[in-house]
Design a binder for this molecule. Structure first.
Ligand code: NAG
Ligand code: NAG
Ligand code: NAG
Ligand code: NAG
Length: 472
């Protein structure tokens, strides 16, 4: 529907003759691997499953990614260091003489930089480690989800090779630190800022993907790769808990704080430190969370920003990820309340009532679906909202698979042919206990017997990432 609105072809879209839908990359998410591996999916999720497989294929084709592929070297002189520039930072060359005579490189180091909140400086993407990491996280997440759905070895192999290149392979591996993330430029800059810790916020997607392969005994996720990835993660957790800028980020009151805790908790889960993950999430719920939602459901720290609709949705995505990570380790947080007595549901209800103005309305949709799944939708309010704003697209959104139960508003009519082609027939074996529990590989041979049901109007799928402008 977003594509329809852009093309101003509303009438045509309503008639569903425009086949290509595009979906956004969620700021963050975590899907319980047990849910994916059990394969007990509602028939109404067939289209969402097709979207996931389609997204997985498109994302896999974009890789591989590595911090060593950038053309600009970090101040350390080591290309293996992750690097990004502060996105809302602009040069003020008024005192630097004839600016047209300055090269780009001279501007970066000689002109002082000033912050203009919400105004993205496009030249910050000349170094795009942040975009690469976002694509990597989506590729890992969707390919692991796709593997759980159809058991195709290629999906699991794609996850393994993406992880190997970004984190492990000596030639291309990222050093386990963010010392040069969201660097300030100018004569007083050239060091990372605490805001830069947010750059790796999608870690929960990566952890979700790895857990699916691990618990599903994917042969492509080898013991060696698992050990190496856990080693990298342990070192990076050390940085997240001890580096000065990381400690500052842990104290951020707004979405930065929320995302910090889901990054750290997800990584602790990955290395099996469940007590640590619980402690991390408790720190969030006993500190930042208490002040983030007012009695009326507003998120004042986000509403005060230049793009309030975006920032409310953004922090909601982080709060939802925290709640999902917590649920995975049997810590039920959905009903926890802020000092004002509000829950995540209050925040969503408030956000739903605000006009997006010129901002992107669709940013909120996955949050609506997530809240409906967590708290129930007894009156059908959330499904009605999604139907009204996203039309038939919401049942094709990948997240419709894991935001269950959620009414499909009657959009998906299951035919007998569709039900006999259940993906469950080919799903990987869910041992539940990971490699230590069982060494039985998934039955890849069975996967070939399942072909996604191609519905007549489902002819295209475009995986679109939101331009990375939501970084502060
Ligand atoms: C499968 O899911 C349905 C609907 O959520 C549930 O009623 C049923 O108990 C589940 N079956 C198993 C075997 O878990
Ligand atoms: C500024 O520098 C450019 C490039 O060297 C030159 O062409 C231009 O004449 C200079 N302008 C002034 C006002 O000095
Ligand atoms: C973990 O990685 C570090 C640095 O790459 C290496 O020195 C160390 O030997 C590794 N440890 C294990 C157990 O693999
Ligand atoms: C939240 O509390 C309500 C009412 O006390 C309860 O029915 C519901 O199951 C709880 N939800 C979660 C997700 O724990």
């Amino acid at each position: 529907m977003a594509a329809c609105a852009l093309l101003a072809l509303g009438a045509l879209c309503a008639a569903a003759v425009l086949p290509v839908h595009s979906f956004t990359s969620y700021a963050n998410d975590f899907v319980n691997p047990h849910y994916m591996l059990a394969g007990n999916f509602s028939q109404s999720t067939t289209r969402a499953q097709q979207s996931i497989i389609s997204a997985a294929e498109q994302l896999a084709a974009k890789g591989p990614w590595s911090v060593t592929f950038k053309n600009i070297t970090p101040p350390s002189g080591d290309l293996h260091d992750y690097m990004s520039w502060a996105p809302y930072s602009w040069p003020d060359c008024s005192k630097a003489g004839n600016t047209t005579a300055l090269t780009q490189e001279q501007i970066w180091t000689t002109c002082p930089y000033v912050t203009r909140d919400g105004q993205f400086n496009p030249d910050a993407r000349l170094v795009n480690d942040v975009g690469s990491f976002s694509d990597l996280a989506d590729a890992v997440f969707y390919n692991a989800l796709a593997w759980a759905l159809d058991g195709q070895a290629s999906h699991a192999a794609s996850v393994a090779s993406s992880i190997q290149t970004w984190f492990i392979e000596p030639k291309t591996a990222m050093n386990p630190n963010l010392n040069y993330a969201q660097m300030a430029r100018g004569p007083d800059g050239q060091t990372g800022s605490h805001e830069g810790v947010l750059d790796l916020k999608c870690m929960a997607k990566i952890v979700s993907g790895i857990l699916i392969l691990w618990e599903g005994n994917a042969p492509q996720w080898t013991m060696e790769l698992d050990t190496q990835m856990k080693n990298w993660t342990t070192q990076y957790i050390g940085w997240l808990e001890n580096a000065d800028i990381a400690i500052q980020e842990a104290k951020a009151a707004n979405n930065h704080g929320t995302f910090y805790y889901n990054q750290l908790a997800a990584l602790q889960i990955l290395v099996g430190d469940l007590d640590g993950a619980r402690g991390t999430l408790e720190r969030y719920y006993k500190n930042q969370f208490l002040s983030q939602i007012s009695a009326n459901g507003d998120q004042p720290l986000e509403s005060a920003r230049t793009r309030p609709y975006h920032y409310r949705a953004y922090n909601l995505a982080a709060m939802i990820t925290n709640a999902r990570l917590a649920a995975y380790i049997d810590y039920d947080t959905w009903n926890l309340t802020t000092s004002a007595g509000a829950t995540v549901q209050s925040a969503l209800n408030f956000a739903m009532q605000q006009s997006p103005g010129h901002e992107t309305a669709s940013e909120l949709y996955s949050n609506v679906a997530a809240v409906a799944a967590a708290y129930g939708d007894a009156n059908g309010k959330y499904a009605a909202f999604l139907l009204q704003h996203d039309g038939s697209s919401y049942v094709e959104d990948p997240a419709f698979l894991w935001d269950q139960p959620l009414s499909d508003s009657g959009l998906v009519r299951v035919t007998p042919a569709a039900s006999s082609a259940s993906p469950a027939a080919a799903k990987p074996s869910a041992a539940g206990g990971g490699k230590s529990g069982s060494e039985v590989p998934p039955k890849d041979s069975g996967a070939a017997s399942w072909h996604p049901v191609r519905l007549g109007f489902f002819r295209g799928f475009v995986f679109a990432t939101v331009p990375l402008i939501h970084l502060l």
